[in-house]
Write a protein that binds this ligand. Sequence first.
Ligand code: ADP
Ligand code: MG
Ligand code: MG
Length: 253
Amino acid sequence: MLEIKNLHVKLEEEDKQILKGVNLTVGEGEVHAIMGPNGSGKSTTSYVLAGRDGYEVTEGEALLNGQNLLEMEPEERAAAGLFLAFQYPVEIPGVGNMTFLRTAVNAQRKARGEDELSATEFLKVVREKAKSLKIDADMLKRPVNVGFSGGEKKRNEILQMAMLEPKLCILDETDSGLDVDAMKLVSEGVNALRDGKRSFVVITHYQRLLDHIKPDVVHIMSAGRIIKSGGPELALEVEHNGYADLLAEQEQA
Ligand code: ADP
Ligand code: MG
Ligand code: MG
């Protein structure tokens, strides 16, 4: 599904290397978690995959089902099945949430050579999915994320993800700032999308999210590289001991 090989990334504006050789392979239907200290390059990895401006790939590659992501425009990446749920969802004043979702879904369908959904079909699907995320009709009518609470913004990201039916979902700290109930809703939303084919990369600081969204593989990122990979027990180790031991191990190696 996703293959990142030796990815090196620097900031376009400054001579600052952020990713220093990231390797990551995510198979079809797998859930991978990425943990790691602040500033280790987790968000940068997801931004570069999604095609955000401001970063320069100096070495390495990233393939989605064999297609070279790094040569594609952001909307082509989305059409190819990539979705990124942002750590800080943006507010879009003047654009109704429903209009935004419908435009995105239909653009996606068009790019895939599928017919647009009729207004009735779209309404039915969006209402059903919104309901399961406890997003009320009022939130669907308001401008995208404007005046939404932190938790509402994150649930809205999951609604977008559910509507777009991506092949690879990247969630960047979708759990941060959520209370226990909101985290449960978000996790259920994600789990409902697990179908044995769709793959997930879940970036998180907290092991507790991984109690709900059970990962196949856990990776630890530090200073622009993945320094260790393991099973779910690796997340528990981090929860108990922090990153210090892992970083020290790495320095000795
Ligand atoms: P994480 O998500 O793991 O906390 P980030 O990917 O956000 O880490 O950041 C990695 C490093 O790159 C940090 O030191 C951060 O300050 C720096 N960085 C990322 N993007 C920018 C930017 N646009 N301008 C300046 N520094 C940046
Ligand atoms: Mg951070
Ligand atoms: Mg981040």
